[in-house]
Design a protein around this ligand. Structure first.
Ligand code: BYC
Length: 472
């Protein structure tokens, strides 16, 4: 199953032409997807040629081919990672049984819900980012934005394939509903909190791709462990695309930090606003916001849903296969936070319902790695400041910490202290106005906005001053 058949209306490596019913369902959905894309996808650039990568096969060598494409002509398709012969379920009550090639009837509802929740985030992020093209800091960044957008569109296709192929009429209804909900809409919002927030500027976007896309990495990796083999295979392929999104966030914020440090060094001041830069204190507030809303995406510390997903063999832990334990977790514990009045303490809790927190811990450690790299840039410039991840309890709306106010350094604080300090901890209206004032489009080939440094290298061996999007 190496190559992908591009002669078909829907490129795929799932043998779509052998399954007429599914083919009809998806061909019926395709124009609705395109209508949604034209209405809610990148605003103003649909007719422009963009240097994009498209999957041509799913093996390690051939999954990315670069060429100029107009976004509505991008070949969205269905690509699953290769099937592993003899794959067995790696955890939970069914451990050791052959992986399911069809949906186990008793888990149908739960599985559908997981797939819908995952699927819902994909179009949501495209909607959140739809106006950013107008204020791009460079053609290079514009192209990366569009690459991410088309791939989030493809990730929606990936989930719709599972719904249509395995969940019959219910699945088709869910596929329609995925195109009907809208990010931030009061009446029909997207399912998860962070996907209803605005992404009004490029700093927010880079933070989103670093922090929120990283939730995607951890959730997809957990679903890639699933005993439901088609879900596992589709998530495994999505993860290869996801890596680029995370790169855009990490390298992008790194470039902002780099430019900030250059301006600080040149001007010998922390006050960069009159120089058109983004000061470290503002960056810290944006980190605090995006990190905390992304932490909420992992759900509550104690979750019977999470325990059930695992016991049923539907959603594993991050890198389940590499863990050396019984993969059932019925007799083990995990350390969780607890609130004792205004103190945050730790306790041992049963491991199964603590799985959301365990995944959040893996995520936090991964987030810290980027912070360390950004701090190295600051250090290299001889600047004695540091960016930090706030405490996990800071600014939370889901779980234990939703009940209290916690400072970035991890103290439970009074409402009065929170109100007095929150403008130091979270982006203020003045910050947002200032960041918005920087959002002037830079579209000359090879030029970059003043607030962000150029990247170390271009895309696919192309130079930085390459015409990544043909605007003329
Ligand atoms: N907002 O038992 P609990 C990505 C709900 S990102 C609103 O603690 P559970 C991407 C919850 O649904 C990855 N509601 O939660 C990134 C539940 O509702 P019910 C997306 C929330 O179920 C960037 C109730 O509260 N993929 O791919 O253990 C760009 C009790 O919650 C939230 C997935 O999320 C929230 N933040 O865990 C593009 C994977 N949190 O049942 C793409 C699939 C919880 O009481 N989803 N609730 O009505 C899951 O695994 C789980 O649904 C969650 C929640 C981890 C999200």
């Amino acid at each position: 199953m190496a190559g992908i058949d591009y002669s078909e209306r829907i490129p795929n490596n799932v043998g779509l032409s052998d399954n007429r019913r599914l083919q009809r369902a998806l061909e019926d959905w395709q124009p609705k997807f395109l209508d949604w894309w034209m209405e809610m996808g990148p605003n103003g650039f649909q007719a422009k040629e963009t240097y994009l990568r498209t999957a041509v096969s799913v093996d390690a060598q051939g999954w990315a081919q670069f060429d100029y494409v107009k976004m509505p002509e991008y070949r969205w398709g269905l690509f699953l990672a290769e099937r592993e012969p003899g794959r067995t379920i790696g955890f939970g009550d069914h451990m050791g049984a052959p992986a399911w090639q069809d949906v186990p009837r008793e888990y149908r509802g739960v599985l559908r819900r997981l797939i819908v929740t995952q699927g819902d985030t994909e179009p949501a992020s495209v909607e959140q980012q739809r106006h950013l093209g107008q204020t791009c800091p460079s053609l290079y960044d514009l192209r990366n934005l569009f690459q991410i957008n088309v791939e989030e569109g493809r990730h929606l296709w990936a989930m719709v394939y599972l719904l249509d192929a395995y969940f019959g009429r219910d699945g088709r209804e869910e596929s329609e509903a995925l195109l009907q909900r809208r990010s931030g809409d009061r009446d029909k919002p997207r399912i998860l909190g962070a996907f209803n927030e605005k992404t009004p500027d490029w700093l927010s976007y880079l933070m989103f791709t670093y922090f929120t896309d990283r939730d995607g990495k951890y959730q997809l990796a957990s679903l890639a462990e699933s005993g439901f083999d088609p879900l596992s295979r589709t998530c495994r392929f999505m993860l290869t695309e996801e890596a680029h999104h995370l790169f855009v966030g990490e390298a992008g914020i790194g470039r902002v930090v780099q430019r900030t440090c250059e301006l600080m060094r040149e001007s010998r001041t922390d006050d960069l606003r009159r120089l058109g830069g983004i000061d470290l204190a503002t960056l810290q507030r944006y980190i605090n916001f995006h990190y905390s809303v992304s932490l909420d995406l992992f759900g509550s510390e104690i979750s019977t849903n999470a325990a059930n997903f695992y016991t049923m063999g539907l959603k594993g832990r991050f890198e389940e296969g590499k863990k050396r334990d019984d993969h059932r977790l019925k007799d083990t514990t995990y350390s969780l936070n607890e609130l004792d009045g205004d103190r945050i303490t730790a306790r041992e809790a049963p491991a199964l319902p603590s799985l959301n927190e365990r995944l959040r811990d893996d995520y936090i450690a991964d987030c810290q790695r980027g912070l360390d790299r950004w701090n190295q840039i600051i250090e290299k410039h001889g600047i004695g400041q540091e960016l930090r991840l706030p405490h996990r309890g800071f600014h939370r709306a889901i779980g234990l910490f939703a009940e209290v106010k916690v400072s970035p350094d991890g103290r439970v604080v009074s409402e009065a202290e929170w109100d007095a300090k929150k403008h130091e901890w979270l982006p203020t209206e003045a910050d947002e106005r200032y960041i918005q004032s920087l959002m002037q489009p830079v579209t000359q080939i090879g030029r970059f906005a003043n607030w962000i440094a150029p990247p170390a290298r271009g895309v696919n061996g192309r130079p930085i001053d390459f015409e990544y999007v043909r605007l003329a």
